[in-house]
Ligand binder design. Structure first.
Ligand code: ASP
Length: 415
């Protein structure tokens, strides 16, 4: 039987649609590497395809978290939200501090930076680190629409929680009209949430091409000399993250009786997306999807993951630990115990302040260097391999967010 053109395209699309997302992006990734290796820097012509993928992902982030969080808050007891918050923040702080320590230890062991010299004429600007009180105050937006337009995630979470509670109060009002409005608003939010996840599903169909574009241009532009000179630094970064992902996270999951293999199988799509996009925020829609796949409840996932993508950066913390040892080796600086404690503190705070976007860790690193009295020019020294390390740090950042959500969910269920 002969198929008409239209029919065969439909069949082809159906076949493609049914294939798993993980398989599709793996293929995009491998083909991207091959193209990058063959064509070198000219593979950059494919970079707009990658940029398009990141733009599409970012496009769904704000409506997705706004709508889904308002809906989740509506079905949640305020006490429960408090209890989730009370558990997730200590988890973020402890795992981040531990990650800085792992970065330091691994790097002291591998000793990166030997034979490297301070680059001349590199200018790195250190931004002022905002004070803690400012960070907290900035969560409350003075203009909701401004926060939405700028994609300020913590402010959006704040607005969504407040709106969610307000709608819930309206729905339970004794005045019939107000209760009707409340129900109407909730329906609207539910519809918006469904709409966003449908758009996301469409966006994800484009992922393989986007991943191919990002990978081909990254591989094509990666200077091999930089990679060679800094191979110990890159190796220490990958080893540090390997320890966090393959030892620390499984131990934490086991402590909370979360099945480890199933967990990693369920969240691998988010891990892979983080690896190729180098952006926790861009990955957020996929992170939310993966968390649902891992059986984490909507309330815990929708509440903790957007916050995690903004403040919980275990991979970036490892970056700071490894980076400090590299810099210390280059300038011949010896650590005292006091200095190590100071670095862990500064690294934890800098990781919390690191934005979930590509390359943000370099800003955090320069803040940590300044606090530790190390020359910030060394940040410039690592810039040539930053994409390669950012991939693995972002994977660790995102994995840490879902591990946190999984254990908080487990402990909430047990209560
Ligand atoms: N790119 C990382 C992220 O999005 C942040 C960093 O550069 O450390 O999670």
């Amino acid at each position: 039987m002969k198929l008409k053109g239209g029919q065969s395209i439909k069949l082809l699309w159906k076949w493609y649609y049914k294939k798993s997302f993980a398989l599709k992006i793996t293929i995009g990734f491998i083909v991207g590497i091959i193209i990058g290796l063959i064509f070198g820097p000219s593979a950059s012509v494919l970079s707009p395809f990658g940029k398009l993928f990141l733009n599409l992902l970012k496009m769904v982030v704000v409506p997705l978290i706004l709508f889904t969080l308002v809906v989740s808050v509506n079905t949640t007891d305020p006490k429960k939200l408090g209890s989730i918050g009370g558990k997730i923040f200590p988890y973020y702080i402890l795992t981040t501090a531990l990650a800085v320590g792992i970065g330091l230890l691994v790097a002291i062991f591998i000793n990166p930076g030997e034979g490297l010299t301070l680059p001349k004429d590199t200018e790195v600007e250190v931004p002022d680190a905002p004070s803690l009180i400012d960070v907290i105050l900035n969560i409350v937006p003075t203009n909701i629409f401004d926060a939405l337009a700028k994609g300020e995630i913590l402010s959006i979470v704040f607005v969504a929680v407040i709106a969610g509670f307000a709608i819930s109060f309206m729905r339970h009002s004794k005045e019939t009209t107000v209760a009707e409005w409340g129900n109407l608003l909730l329906k609207l939010m539910e519809a918006g949430s469904e709409l966003s996840s449908r758009i996301l599903n469409g966006v994800l169909q484009y992922a393989p091409i986007g991943v191919l574009g990002i990978t081909a241009s990254t591989v094509g532009n990666q200077g091999l000399e930089a990679l060679y000179a800094l191979s110990k630094y890159v190796g220490a970064s990958y080893l540090g993250v390997g320890i966090q992902i393959m030892i620390i996270f499984p131990i934490i999951l086991l402590l909370f009786k979360v099945p480890v293999f199933k967990f990693f199988k369920d969240v691998r799509e988010a891990m892979m997306t983080a690896f190729v996009t180098c952006s926790s925020l861009g990955t957020l829609p996929v992170t939310l999807k993966s968390a649902k796949k891992a059986g984490i409840s909507d309330t815990v996932a929708n509440f903790t993951l957007p916050i995690g993508a903004t403040v919980n950066m275990n991979g970036s913390a490892i970056h700071f630990g490894v980076g400090v040892v590299l810099a210390a080796n280059v300038v011949g600086y010896e650590f005292s115990v006091g200095a190590i404690i100071g670095i862990i503190l500064a690294g934890t705070l800098a990781a919390i302040g690191t934005a979930g976007v590509p390359g943000a860790g370099m800003i955090g690193l320069s803040i940590v260097f300044t606090q530790a009295g190390l020359p910030i020019e060394i940040v410039g020294l690592t810039a040539g391999v930053n994409v390669i390390t950012d991939m693995i740090f972002t994977t660790c950042n995102v994995t840490g967010d879902i591990v946190g959500a999984a254990i908080v969910d487990k402990s909430e269920n047990e209560n």
